[in-house]
Ligand binder design. Structure first.
Ligand SMILES: [Zn+2]
Length: 103
């Protein structure tokens, strides 16, 4: 009887460890990877951090927003999947380039 109790406790401990491990993994992914937003069609250029595609500089007031991404709590819009993937590769570099070209 005691061995069954031990087995159950062992299983519960295993499940607990597995779930806490998964949670940690999920949080880490969120921190590292730029979040995806699939509600691009409800987003207007006025809601974006910049009313332009920071990768190619396209005016998103004139061009439809194909996709968006959230980076460090800021919302960015893109004219295409290509520009978004470029941004996600190295958001810092893309933003630095965009800011320097703006001046
Ligand atoms: Zn673009």
């Amino acid at each position: 009887m005691k061995s069954i109790l031990f087995l159950v406790m062992f299983l519960m401990l295993g499940l607990f460890l597995m779930s806490s491990c998964n949670q940690e993994k999920a949080e880490k992914t969120e921190m590292e990877v730029t979040a995806d937003t699939s509600s691009a069609m409800y987003i207007s250029a006025d809601m974006l951090t910049y009313p332009e595609d920071v990768t190619c500089g396209m005016d998103l007031h004139k061009h439809a927003i194909a996709d968006t991404a959230i980076y460090e709590g800021q919302l960015y819009g893109f004219c295409s999947d290509y520009c978004k993937s470029k941004f996600k590769e190295d958001p810092k570099a893309v933003l630095a380039k965009y800011e320097s070209e703006k001046k």
